[in-house]
Design a protein around this ligand. Structure first.
Ligand code: GDP
Length: 289
């Protein structure tokens, strides 16, 4: 998974014995090449340098341990982060076109259905051409109902219908596919706000999640998208798609360090079963393998 990141880090730790300024510069460069954002990288390196100074150590093998512990601390998520998999819950999913939003929703529906949950999908991305049909196709593939209206209809009306169906069928999880028009932030905020108000009114007691889908191969672009989405909505986590492709591995770290968002799932392929819960401990172990 974090193959590139692992290789490049191992290389630096093996070729340097002493953690001097030149070493820290190499470390910085390696992290940035692995898609760790500049500000996360600086924050991590400053913290590691400080800790190494405090402990009075300057060998790279000690620094490696400090770095690993620091990243582990940063990435650890609490058990409660997956409460929505147990309780009745409404999950809104946002993401710009092409990041793998529809595919991730299909895979998430499958993942939850396998856990014995009754899942319903709502096609509230009524703007993008073909989005509704694509979601209906995924619904058929996974065997879950998709509530939809025609293209261009009011997303909030679709969500209202979906919530009635959710209640009538006593379903466990409603996954809402929402639009990802980031270039029109004001519209997007209004649209998401309207959807949220309907959920507040119709289903105040349930767990709520807003997951942003980010394409792990797009580095800084994905970070900017996440930042903007955070400004538009109460984002609670990230689905990091395409971790099987050319992703360099550092993005999950930046998402947590810079945005304070937990990565909850990662997509590892195009098939329905290619979605896994993100295992932070394993991710860090892999980086320092
Ligand atoms: P959307 O426009 O955001 O809804 O994106 P789609 O769900 O249509 O996905 C865009 C492309 O990315 C499709 O060709 C998907 O098969 C592909 N894709 C989505 N998730 C993954 C993943 O985890 N790994 C790989 N390799 N491809 C993915």
């Amino acid at each position: 998974m974090a193959n590139f990141f692992t290789k490049i880090l191992n290389n630096i730790f093996q070729s340097n014995e002493v953690a001097d300024e030149a070493f820290y510069e190499e470390l910085e460069e390696a992290m940035i090449l692995s898609d760790v954002s500049y500000s996360s990288c600086m924050r991590i390196i400053d913290a590691v340098k400080h800790e190494a100074n405090q402990r009075g150590v300057n060998l790279t093998r000690d620094v490696q341990k400090i770095l690993k512990d620091y990243i582990l601390d940063l990435m650890m998520v609490e058990e409660g982060y997956y409460a929505f998999e147990q309780e009745k819950s409404i999950i809104s999913v946002i993401g710009v076109n092409g990041v793998g939003k529809t595919t991730s929703i299909g895979k998430l529906a499958y993942h939850l259905k396998k856990k014995g949950k009754k899942v319903i999908l709502a096609a509230a991305d009524t703007f993008r051409a073909g989005a509704i049909e694509q979601l209906v196709e995924w619904g058929n593939r996974v065997g879950v109902d998709v509530i939809h209206q025609k293209e261009g209809s009011d997303p909030a009306a679709v969500v209202f219908d979906a919530l009635q169906s959710f209640k009538a069928k006593n379903a466990d999880v409603l996954i809402i596919d929402t639009a990802g028009r980031l270039h029109n932030k004001k519209n997007l905020m209004q649209e998401l706000g309207k959807i949220n108000r309907i959920i507040d009114r119709e289903f105040a007691e349930g767990y709520r999640e807003t997951l942003v889908v980010l394409d792990a191969t797009t580095g800084q672009n994905a970070m900017s998208q996440a930042k903007l989405f955070k400004e538009c909505s109460q984002v609670t986590g990230v689905i990091l798609s395409k971790m099987d492709s050319t992703a360099k591995g550092g993005m999950a770290l930046s998402i947590q360090a810079e945005l304070g968002l937990p990565v909850k799932y990662m997509g590892t392929g195009e098939k329905v079963e290619n979605l896994q819960r993100f295992d932070a401990k394993r991710y860090v172990e892999d980086i320092f393998d």
